[in-house]
Design a protein around this ligand. Structure first.
Ligand SMILES: Cc1ncc(COP(=O)(O)O)c(C=O)c1O
Length: 353
């Protein structure tokens, strides 16, 4: 710890991202990336952006990209905020909308970046336990709060909360912001975006990293009432005027306009997931129902950490969380191609003897 550090930096507990190993021939199923390339239209838009224009700053307000996203969902652009990955959008959300005297509520098992943002921005928070079946019970959130946030589907469980339950939560919680982190919604759930028109306290956050195969470009966005968007923009313009570069704005807009490619690739991922779940069941795994591009699965008798290490020895990387104790038996496996699933199943068959 350096004597030059600010006191607040000494207190931080940073998030640890899944590793990005440089090894060749790895079956990489650890960070929920899409196994398919970005849309060819997105790649062409990126190529077209490479030129002398890069000497100029990008549009600080990402007007074109926001208009494309707004159009896609049937909103006006004043309902849309964009950021450098949904991680950045979420960070700004914690600072702009969730920092109050009362604690922000989120599940005990969820995206582990949320408590990190609370630490960074000194946001009081309280965790609400998932049920024994790893489900969110919206009645558990009927308590004083400075906001509510969770992913739907939740991470790392993959479990989806039905839209009717979300609406019940919104009806019971009108006085603080409800943030739905829909990073994985395109792989099996109904988005809450249409509810934005009805509930001014609802903010829905999505990303280009998963269903649009652009994790490397870093683009995320939020849809909500213009009042919420103004708060986010105020914080953004107090931090970085240009969070999205010219390539990111152009590539993301083109990706969103390529609806056919999006439909084809997300359906492929869903089909691969369903087959993988069935193949794992035949090997003695129990998998939680997943609405995401990953699954959360445990073997009837074998330890989660041990299986993760044994897979790693065979160049297959998945994610394992040691804590909290009740998820330690589980493996979180990102959905790859059918071929990657076959390699995984063959390796598990060998490991399990
Ligand atoms: C639940 C959840 N939200 C948000 C993110 C951040 O995604 P990105 O910053 O790539 O948009 C992730 C990434 O894995 C995630 O799992």
């Amino acid at each position: 710890m350096s004597k030059f550090w600010s006191a607040s930096v000494k207190r931080l507990t940073p998030y640890v991202p899944g590793e990005q190993p440089k090894l060749a021939n790895l079956v990489k199923l650890n960070t929920n990336e899409n196994p398919y390339a970005p849309s060819p239209r997105a790649l062409a838009a990126l190529q077209a952006e490479i030129g002398a224009g890069l000497r100029l700053y990008p549009d600080p307000n990402s007007e074109h990209l926001r208009a494309v996203i707004a159009d896609h969902f049937g909103f006006s652009a004043d309902h849309v905020f964009v950021g450098n990955g949904s991680d950045e959008v979420l960070a700004l959300v914690f600072q702009a909308l969730l920092k109050h005297e009362k604690p922000v509520l989120f599940p005990d098992i969820t995206y582990s970046f949320y408590p990190v943002y609370c630490g960074l921005y000194e946001v009081p928070h309280k965790t609400v336990p998932l049920t024994d079946a790893f489900e969110i019970n919206v009645d558990d959130y009927a308590q004083p709060n400075g906001g509510i946030i969770f992913p739907n589907p939740n991470a790392p469980t993959g479990r989806l909360l039905a839209l009717g339950e979300i609406e019940r939560l919104l009806q019971a919680n009108a006085d603080s912001v409800v943030v739905l982190d829909e990073a994985y919604i395109d792989f099996g759930g109904d988005s809450a975006v249409p509810l934005v028109k009805k509930y001014p306290q609802l903010l829905v956050v999505q990303t280009f990293s998963k269903s649009r195969s652009l994790a490397g470009l870093r683009v995320g966005y939020a849809l909500g009432h213009p009042d919420l968007i103004v708060a986010l923009t105020r914080v953004k313009d107090s931090f970085n005027s240009y969070p999205l570069d010219r390539l990111a704005q152009a590539g993301a807009a083109a990706a969103m306009q390529d609806r056919d490619y999006f439909e084809t690739t997300r359906r492929r991922v869903i089909a691969t997931r369903e087959k993988l779940v069935a193949d794992l069941a035949a090997l003695g795994f129990h998998t939680l129902p997943s609405g995401a591009n990953f699954i959360f699965t445990r073997h009837a008798t074998r330890d989660g950490a041990e299986l993760t290490t044994a897979l790693r020895d065979r160049s297959i990387i998945i994610r394992h969380f040691k804590t909290p104790a009740r998820i330690a038996p589980y493996l979180r496996i990102s959905i790859g191609t059918d071929e990657q699933s076959e390699i995984l199943i063959a390796a598990l068959r060998e490991i399990l003897g």
